[in-house]
Design a protein around this ligand. Sequence first.
Ligand code: PLP
Length: 279
Amino acid sequence: EVFVLNGKFVDQNNAIVSAEDRGFQFGDGVYEVIRAYNGKPFCMDRHLSRMKQGLEAIRIPMPLGIKEFEKLCNEALEKSGLKEALIYIQVTRGAAPRQHIPPKGLKPTFVIIVRGTPDIPPELKEQGVKISLSPDIRWHKCYIKTVQLLPNTMAKEEAKEKGAFEAVFFRDGIITEGSSSNIFIVKGGRVFTHPANERILHGITRGVAIEIAEGLGIEVEERAFSPEELLKADEAFLTGTGTEIMPVVQVDDDIIGNGKPGHITKKIMEKFKEITNCL
Ligand code: PLP
């Protein structure tokens, strides 16, 4: 594992930030997770530009330029010696005596952590997973990848207790996204996913999956769908940096399609694997 704190490589024991960091006290910051395949970061430019947009949205200055972040991430990845890795980046507003209004001119705190990829058993990709529905109690700026993740972590934990791989949120009669993934359904040969608006994180893997589907000549509609439509779907799948593309075969007690990963899902997974294998 490699730790970088404010641009300097440090041991884990020295990766220490102030007790008055606004990330710690207010969840005042954003993060990114970039996956590396074969020692090469996948879609790093898209992740870093989303991070820049998120920081702009909450008015934290970028502590480094995109190019410098890119260089530092590459250096950290190389130092880790890992070929398959997750690069975690977190930027918070910085440290100041606790009060809601941040003082002017704070220096953002930023951390980069490189570690191995999560071990998701390969059988899950072959057999598909169960998901569990959970009310979406989050705010209306879900496009910002903020470190304030309590609704997500709580929903995921409850889903795990129900034997589900992921919690999927619904709000106002529509399915939004997973606690750390986006969700797609397939119906009548067409693919549907929630539009990229303020109710979801505009997942990088979501974007890649849409491009793959379109490249395969499959029609994609960015249109919200209801829990009922999810239950009646022919196929469903999740997308995410850690999750990659994961078939969904069960929603709580209901089976999706024939209970096996669908053929359009499998085609998209195959292409995704091909792309990431060729990095
Ligand atoms: N939605 C949420 C709420 C997430 O936290 C994540 C990733 O962690 C995603 C979707 C998937 O985004 P990406 O494909 O960029 O990893």
